[in-house]
Design a protein around this ligand. Structure first.
Ligand code: ADP
Ligand code: MG
Ligand code: MG
Length: 250
């Protein structure tokens, strides 16, 4: 479903991704772990098509299409969702407005009719319920004054409403307490665990993987995948840190 081959990318004059290769099949969840500054967030920005992140070589195909050839909004309309490490605040725009605009823009790009106000609210209520987020939160301005946990849960509501084929989630577990972690983990499973979907879960901690069981775990260091294993690799990283695995890889 997502096939990244020998990807090189620069930010400014600095090469950050240095030959990254990774393949996620439909129906799979892959976790990416790695030290700070390894290039994890850069990978998610490159996949999303963020300006300033330049691909210098390599390829990314998504559902058989050339992802790098698409504008960011085309990628989203094709069913790619990005969850950000630092969700942005949008003062003056309510969550409900924002989500309905986003959904209907994606539907329009796919040649689908917009969802009516009533149908949209029904969908929003269902997804908010899944993430145990009060509908009142969705009436507030996007992320303004939200706690870390509320931002992440509302981002998962957004994912539920947009219904992507593939989600790249960057440190969705950061800043979550234990209860919120379980709610977000359950939400990811309910929204994204399906035969025709895929997930790339970027995380520093093994604990999210107790809730969202990965099919594979990759270690990203210095711009490439240096090791791939099963869920046990995450447990090993948690107990040993990165040093041993980095030495092995070298
Ligand atoms: P990770 O998410 O794995 O912690 P990042 O992808 O955020 O790592 O960063 C990888 C490297 O790229 C770091 O050394 C960081 O300083 C550098 N980097 C990221 N964004 C920029 C930028 N906009 N300008 C310059 N350097 C950047
Ligand atoms: Mg980081
Ligand atoms: Mg990061």
């Amino acid at each position: 479903m997502l096939k990244i081959e020998n990807l090189h990318a620069t930010v400014g004059d600095t090469e950050i991704l240095k030959g990254l290769t990774l393949e996620v099949d439909a129906g799979e969840v892959h976790a990416i772990m790695g030290p700070n500054g390894a290039g994890k967030s850069t990978l998610s920005y490159v996949l999303g098509g963020r300006p300033g992140y330049e691909v210098t070589s390599g390829s990314v195909s998504f559902d058989g299409k050339d992802l790098l050839d698409m504008d960011p909004h085309e990628r989203a309309a094709e069913g790619l969702f990005l969850g950000f490490q630092y969700p942005v605040e949008i003062p003056g725009v309510s969550n409900v407005q924002f989500l309905r605009e986003a959904l209907n823009a994606q539907r329009a790009a796919r040649g689908e009719e917009p969802l009516s106000g009533g149908d949209f609210l029904k969908l929003a209520r269902e997804k908010a319920g899944l993430l145990k987020l009060d509908m009142e939160m969705l009436k507030r301005q996007v992320n303004v004054g939200f706690s870390g946990g509320e931002k992440k849960r509302s981002e998962m509501v957004q994912m539920g409403i947009l219904g992507p084929k593939f989600a790249v989630l960057d440190e969705t577990d950061s800043g979550l307490d234990i209860d919120a972690l379980r709610i977000v983990g359950d939400g990811i499973n309910q929204i994204m665990r399906a035969d025709n979907k895929g997930v790339l879960l970027i995380t520093h901690y093994q604990r999210l993987l107790d809730y969202v069981k990965p099919d594979k775990v990759h270690v990203l260091a210095d711009g490439r995948i240096v090791k791939t294993g099963g869920p046990d690799l995450a447990l090993r990283l948690e107990s040993e840190g990165y040093d041993g695995i980095m030495a092995e890889a070298a």
